[in-house]
Design a protein around this ligand. Sequence first.
Ligand code: MRU
Length: 337
Amino acid sequence: MLSPDGRRLRLLDQRALPGQEQWIDYDDVESVAQAIETMVVRGAPAIACAAALGLSAASHGFGDDPAAVRAAIEAGCARLANTRPTAVNLFVALAQIREAIAAAPADADAGQLRSVLHDTAQRHVDDDLASCLAMGDHGAPLLPQGGTILTHCNAGALATAGYGTALGVIRSAHAQGRAITVLADETRPVLQGGRLTAWELARDGIPVEVITDNMAGALMARGQVQAAIVGADRIARNGDVANKIGTYTVAVLCKHHGLPFYVAAPWTTIDLDIPTGAEIPIEERRGDEVRRPAGVLTTPADIPVRNPAFDVTPAALVTAIITERGVFAPHALADAG
Ligand code: MRU
């Protein structure tokens, strides 16, 4: 969110949750970019919202020369685009900003350009929240009454402008009295499930239990999971879904056990320019996330590790994609777009 005077971006530091709730203020592009890279803020829609609002806040330091303001907005977009490559929402938000600034009158002064930037950023945020609420309406009826629903990573209020995508559907189902319990995969290596999903669902009074990622199959085999629902970072034209590493494993397990595997994502996550999941860029993060979970060395420091941050779930494993426009079979996205 922005400070009341619009000059600072305020982010809840997600690295410190659930232990501490600390907010950090940002007023320049480089520090916003680093906040995204280091995952102070994370989750596809939230990254886009933070980049857009952060650029708006930073623009108060761009001076009063309109040409210089336009150039600084462009440079800011370029820096922010170079933070995390997989989630497409960031690129959608930056394209909206570039387009709005390009469409501003040629004689717009610096203040008018800042207003265009601010309004475009705020619209992106408002649209994301509205999308999450609509996804909740569309998706809630799919979740079985009294069922236990597995989720992976955090696709909640923390990962969006608010309410969440997968967790938004869960919130709506809970509000409708469907008596669901959530199983949150811990989500190695950054532990978004154990740290963030559990934290935000508990605050809303939604029953949640955390499991380590390798427990899901055993619980499905015992009949203790009825469905899985996850968010997405980018969905290709053919319905392949990039999401947090480990999502593919969950989808395979669901297929094996005959369970529905749902993906909830706003339309801004669907990238119709990318034909299949194979073309989605997958971010590789630093090895110490794997070697030192929560700062404790658990792997010999000199042993190489692998750390792809996302994987691709083939469309064939996805039961349905829940969007603000309704519920789609994965292969039907292209025609709907
Ligand atoms: O690396 P992260 O924490 O940014 O990854 C987040 C995810 O993979 C989420 O599931 C996805 O962005 C959807 S959030 C609504």
